[in-house]
Design a protein around this ligand. Sequence first.
Ligand code: SF4
Ligand code: SF4
Ligand code: SF4
Length: 252
Amino acid sequence: MLKEKGILFDVTLCIGCGSCYDACKEANNLPKTSEDFLKDHLSDNTFNVIEQYDDLYARKMCMHCNEPACESVCLVGAITKTTTGAVVYDADKCIGCRYCMQACPHKIPRYEWGTTTPRIRKCNMCAERVSNGLIPACAESCPNEATLYGDMDQLIAIAKRRLQENPDKYYQHIYGLEEAGGGHVLVLSPVPFEQLGYIPELPKEAMPEFTKRAMEKIPSVVVGGGIFLGGMYWLTKRKNKIAKEERSKNEN
Ligand code: SF4
Ligand code: SF4
Ligand code: SF4
């Protein structure tokens, strides 16, 4: 069985060079979205950002939650957690309801508003590269080992060791290990995480529980309406896809 994999990002080692930002763009064929990478935001064309806080730099990307809220609210199974821990998305199944965007405790997924067949967009832990025996582009490109990719158990051990051996260098917490039930992206920092824009005080409990409760409170007519509209969207999209396939068959 494949071991669970993850990413450890250490703010104390990040030099803010932007290599991971560029590598993510290249690996995912994403267009340039900003003249200055430090001013860019997560978007349908940017899955990894580096934010500057004085002389510190913080990466923001999908946290690949252990029990992803995005997956739990997806009515059609378009978002799934793989055996390696990556949370991936299947555009063919998506009905465009965007519940995943509302459910994510880290506010990560983005929507392709500008296209006729929009998709949900976010980091997928470079699933295709990993299935071809490579490591995620951001980890491969980092010149200072600020971003490490590896087995989750080893990354957790490394993070704990760094905290233990350098109590004055690190704020004594591993962000991402327990937040919202924990995930596959861990962060170490010299200062409290809210000072670097990480969402503070997320419960240790997995968010699907919260989401389920939240969705139960939505009047059924609203949910029904959402499902209806989503269903219409899916049917239209599927119809267009079949038409396109038939067109290309006829042309060949
Ligand atoms: S961070 Fe958000 S988008 Fe990423 S797996 Fe967790 S719930 Fe899903
Ligand atoms: S794992 Fe891949 S998709 Fe995710 S931030 Fe790194 S380079 Fe981008
Ligand atoms: S490549 Fe490494 S050092 Fe450079 S910005 Fe990204 S995480 Fe920081």
